[in-house]
Design a protein around this ligand. Structure first.
Ligand code: LLP
Length: 403
């Protein structure tokens, strides 16, 4: 059990705390589910890109799924080997493509015909061969929040099957491209297996039809997306997930790549915030805390639910409150109509499931420094990111300030 009160006193609030042992357990469970095949779990760095978190997964043997050259550099710094690094994203610029080719990562995941052209041109300039995969958009509804759905033609991601086939033929005929993989990712926080299974079948069929024309791929990249429990969701079991995927690959000799983000980190993370005040406007009750939407934007952006636990001595009966932060926006809330007991100044609130898309989506809005991050491993806590100071925030502007 993590002693949140002690950590809040030691490191102050707002504060992110990550349970590294939980991350290991999640990693091992998922990796084990794929033991029947060669597999790489390429951690989706965007979920929580703290260098020490990425290093933790590197030590467990993970690869990295990156969506900017910044993330690729983080993966290298954290010790992920080049041959386990993937670079995806719909809008890579020339400099990013060049660096990815020079760094000899596993492959660049190409998301459009135009991009394939750029990658080929840049590889030619470098007199190199770029390994690529193509992100296929299987046009399947993943049944998740529309903002995190990515596998429909309405979404900007990937290419349709016909274009993919054309692109593989082009790549195969190029001296500067080596098509090694195929990729799909239909959305995040998925709790239904069927859309994943259906997508895998469509993509595996494409692999077979490519093999028929002598384009032999090596990597079958199923993206990320495994959902987790925030409230009472019924989630997909890793074993059922792997069996559904592996069932579509019969007769194919492919290494499976999976890009989990949320599954590995969401429920390993806690956001700690302290009560500043209680207030009431008419009938409406508010608890004002020191953490805000700039620290954890998921409730404001997606109306996402995070369980919130109050650590207080004044265990009185509960009432419904909105938990709000100091940012000057009505959308600045961590929860609405949430049952909490009456709270006092400095009581601690623990926001659960905050390890994925928490700190990483933070900002400095309202000139608020981002919080510190703490790792807890085998009962020992350590800082993995300092709290940002006012000086940190203004440093990039200060030299331009007119005297
Ligand atoms: N691979 C690709 C290509 C992705 O686009 C993503 C996430 C992942 C892997 C990792 O997905 P995961 O296993 O974490 O579901 N900010 C949103 C989530 C955005 C996900 C974007 N892509 C949220 O807070 O819910």
């Amino acid at each position: 059990m993590i002693n949140f009160k002690e950590l809040a006193t030691k490191y102050k609030t707002p504060l992110y705390v990550y349970d590294f042992d939980y991350m290991s357990a999640q990693y091992n469970e998922l990796k084990d589910a794929f033991r029947a095949r060669k597999s790489i779990l390429a951690y989706a760095v965007k979920a929580n890109s703290n260098l020490s978190v990425v290093r933790h997964f590197a030590k467990l043997g993970a690869g990295a799924d990156c969506v900017s050259i910044g993330e690729v550099r983080r993966a290298f710094l954290a010790g992920i080997p080049a041959y386990k690094i993937i670079f995806s994203g719909v809008g890579k610029n020339d400099d990013e493509i060049r660096e990815a080719i020079q760094k000899e990562i596993l492959y660049i995941n190409v998301e459009s015909e135009a991009e394939l052209g750029r990658v080929e041109l840049i590889a030619k300039e470098l007199n190199a061969v770029s390994r690529i995969s193509i992100r296929v958009n299987p046009n399947i509804d993943p049944q998740t929040h529309p903002y995190i759905s990515t596998g429909l033609h309405d979404n900007k991601f990937g290419v349709d099957l016909e274009s993919a086939k054309r692109m593989y033929i082009k790549a195969n005929n190029s001296a500067f491209l080596d098509p090694v993989g195929i990729h799909f990712h239909i959305g995040s926080q998925l709790t239904e297996l069927k859309p994943i299974y259906e997508s895998a079948e469509i993509v595996a069929d494409l692999v077979r039809s490519l093999a028929n024309i002598k384009i032999e791929l090596k990597f079958f990249d199923i993206g990320g997306g495994l959902g987790v429990v925030y409230k009472d969701e019924v989630t997909i079991k890793p074993y059922d997930y792997s069996q559904a995927i592996l069932g579509t690959l019969k007769g194919l000799d492919l290494t499976v790549i999976c890009e989990p983000g949320r599954f590995l980190t969401a429920n390993a993370g806690y956001f700690l915030t302290k009560v500043l005040y209680e207030k009431q406007n008419g009938e409406k009750k508010f608890v004002v805390v020191d953490g805000a939407m700039n620290d954890l934007i998921r409730p404001s952006l997606y109306n996402a639910y995070h369980r919130i636990e109050a650590i207080t001595n004044s265990a009185k009966e509960t009432r419904k409150v909105d938990i709000v932060g100091p940012v000057c926006e009505s959308g600045d809330f961590l929860a609405k109509n949430y049952e909490l007991p009456e709270l006092e100044h400095n009581d601690l609130l623990v926001v659960h499931s905050a390890g994925a898309y928490g700190f990483g989506m933070g900002s400095n809005y309202n000139t608020r420094g981002r919080s510190a991050e703490i790792a807890v491993e085998s009962g020992v806590d350590r800082m993995i990111r300092k709290r940002e100071t006012f000086e940190d925030l203004i440093a990039p502007e200060l030299e331009f300030l007119e005297k």
